[in-house]
Design a protein around this ligand. Structure first.
Ligand code: ADP
Length: 621
């Protein structure tokens, strides 16, 4: 059966993408070439890999590379590679649909984007379509490396559909023919093309020829001696490997001989794309063996929480023909993963020491990933702990300290590290939990993000000191020179022999709403406080667990203690009031409990609280 020319519609997302590309992205058009050349480079890497795996290949004699021809007269630019090529099905799937999961979010963002964002095209698996920025018509001729396949031609003006037809006499690989738009005719000038290739693609590890001249210096930067590499070369390489437009925030270039021979070049970017709303990032480090790409954007050579890194790892001990599946639980890969992670964490420590400002920027941008690591990566959590940063009662607002700094300032006799969660520093400072710390002049860390208490609970301790949340019921603060709490010394407003009776009475009123009611030894200015007798879960953690519980699931029930401050006039007054006006005293108990719950960051039943509040206010008028 002879195949005919078939006309097919683009997938809706592709149409949208093309519409954006053709109509609104007229700035920085040069990048279309980077996208097409890097597709060619990928295709060449894939081909080399397949051949190494022992596959029988078509046109084996062709040398690997990219050839670019400029037809200035006809305004045609042709890019030819001898890579893996595409079959008919692959042409349809790859150049007619968008498979990448992040692309849809990207499209929405791109629709409102300013000019800078066009550079992100390559990050989201839509690079090929950039060809339509400069061309009225794009023709793709391709022949797969597989022997039994045949060649095909794909053709489109980018407006909604494309045609696909059989094509004979083509070599292995892909040829892209761009019929340039009138205002893009400069892209048929060899000098322009050479300039762009030098700018964007000088690290493509295959020869690129423009009008007969080979213009890129094929080099594997990571295997060269550090001392011979200039900063610009590193930066250019980063732009190439990370599809970036800026410079990296930090870079780590290192080699090891034992236990494995590794050359690695890792970059920390400036931006966290996840926080910019692009969805979960794909990993950005490529695995090589002796300069041959084994796996692009490898999921295996670094833990998931380091997915923001860009770069390459070259391991000489890696078998070249290892399959994708085998990479997953390969013992060697696990070893590489450990070595890289350890070394990168050490690098961060060095950055923190040598350029604190860079580390601060790093922490602001990628701190969350380290926290993710602290809660998910048992192996590295100790090293991560040293890199964590928090605000504390001794730090300037907005400034962060390391746990080690806290430890170095611990008071004599203090054995634990204390922290308290709050929605903001101001809120944490004003909460009843820090009163005792202030009075005793003991430093307390503020955990201001929801994940923080989970991080501390996973760590358990740092440098042999337990990490203790200040909302624990069994909190015992050491004695310090700064002074005793009133509850420890002076005569309380509520006489000692009345304390137990009042506590019992409050418990009767609150019932299941609290676990126990106790007299507090930690309060200074507040009448009451909610604390956790369980020890493990902090109020912040509980709030998150509750929020994530499906509706209709059984309530966790209160596991909280209410502590009352015997030195507080309100508590002493409550004890008198319960005999003179029981109803009013009951309302007061509920209100004190609700207030303490709110200060613990926990939800209260609003309707009842507001009604009660008005009842209490009504007494004042
Ligand atoms: P990305 O390269 O980010 O995946 P593109 O839209 O640029 O996205 O390309 C889509 C797919 O088309 C590629 O993943 C690849 O499979 C295929 N492709 C593009 N260019 C070539 C080429 N020169 N040779 C072989 N396959 C290609």
């Amino acid at each position: 059966m002879t195949e005919k020319t078939e006309t097919r519609e683009f997938q809706a997302e592709v149409k949208k993408m093309l519409d954006i590309v053709i109509h609104s992205l007229y700035t920085e058009r040069d990048i279309f070439l980077r996208e097409l050349v890097s597709n060619s480079a990928d295709a060449l890497e894939k081909f080399r890999h397949q051949r190494l795996m022992g596959d029988e290949v078509f046109d084996d004699h062709l040398s690997l590379g990219v050839t670019i021809d400029c037809d200035e007269k006809e305004h045609i630019l042709t890019i030819t590679d001898t890579g893996i090529g595409m079959s008919r099905e692959e042409l349809i799937a790859n150049l007619g649909t968008i498979a990448h999961s992040g692309s849809k979010t990207f499209l929405t963002t791109l629709a409102e984007a300013d000019r800078k964002e066009v550079n992100l095209i390559g990050q989201f698996g839509v690079g090929f379509y950039a060809a339509f920025m400069v061309a009225d018509e794009v023709v793709v001729q391709s022949r797969s490396y597989e022997k039994e396949e045949t060649g095909h031609e794909w053709r489109s003006d980018g407006t909604g559909s494309y045609t696909i037809s059989p094509s004979t006499g083509i070599h292995r690989g892909t040829r892209i023919i761009l019929k340039l738009k009138e205002d893009a005719q400069k892209y048929a000038e060899p000098e322009t093309i050479k300039r762009i290739i030098k700018q964007y693609s000088s690290f493509v590890p295959f020869p690129i020829k423009v009008s007969g001249d080979e213009i890129n210096t094929v080099q594997a930067l990571w295997t060269r001696n550090k001392n011979e590499i200039k900063a610009e070369e590193y930066n250019e390489f980063y732009k190439f490997v990370g599809t970036a437009v800026d410079e990296p925030l930090t870079r780590l270039h290192f080699s090891t001989d034992a236990p494995l021979a590794i050359h690695s070049l890792l970059f920390t970017p400036q931006e966290n794309f996840e926080s910019l709303g692009f969805g979960r990032m794909d990993p950005g480090v490529n695995l090589y063996c002796r300069k041959v790409l084994i796996e692009q954007h490898s999921k295996n050579i670094l833990p998931e929480w380091l997915r923001f890194l860009k770069g390459v790892v070259d391991c000489e001990d890696m078998p070249l023909n290892i399959s994708r599946q085998a990479l997953q639980d390969n013992a060697l890969v696990i070893k590489i993963n450990k070595i890289l992670t350890k070394r990168y964490l050490k690098h961060l420590e060095e950055v923190a020491k040598e350029s604190p400002e860079d580390y601060e920027k790093f922490w602001q941008t990628f701190g969350f990933f380290l926290k993710e690591g602290a809660t998910s990566d048992f192996l590295h959590r100790e090293a991560i702990a040293g890199l964590l940063r928090f605000e504390s009662s001794q730090s300037e607002p907005g400034k962060m300290i390391a746990l080690a700094e806290y430890v170095s300032r611990m008071k004599e006799g203090q054995t634990d590290i204390y922290y308290i969660n709050g929605p903001s520093r101001k809120a944490a400072e004003a909460s009843p939990y820090v009163e005792a710390f202030r009075k005793k002049d003991i430093e307390i860390l503020y955990t201001l993000e929801p994940i923080d208490d989970f991080v501390f609970s996973h760590l358990g301790e740092f440098d042999g000191k337990k990490l203790i949340s200040a909302d624990r019921a069994d909190l015992e603060l050491p004695e310090t020179a700064a002074g005793e709490l009133e509850s420890e010394g002076a005569t309380p407003a509520l006489a000692a022999d009345r304390q137990e009776g009042l506590s019992k009475w409050i418990k009767e009123i609150l019932g299941e709403g609290v676990k126990e009611v106790k007299v507090s030894h930690r309060l200074v200015d507040s009448p009451a406080i909610i604390v956790n007798p369980g020890g493990f879960m902090t109020s912040s953690m509980e709030r998150i667990m509750r929020a994530s519980r499906a509706e209709g699931q059984a309530d966790l029930g209160s596991s909280k203690n209410l502590e009352i401050n015997p030195s507080h006039p309100l508590i002493a007054g409550l004890d008198r009031l319960r005999e003179s006006d029981t109803d009013l005293a009951r309302d007061m108990v509920y209100q004190i409990h609700d207030n303490a719950m709110i200060q613990a960051g926990l939800l209260v039943e609003t309707r009842q609280m507001v009604e009660r509040n008005y009842r209490l206010l009504a007494r004042l008028v």
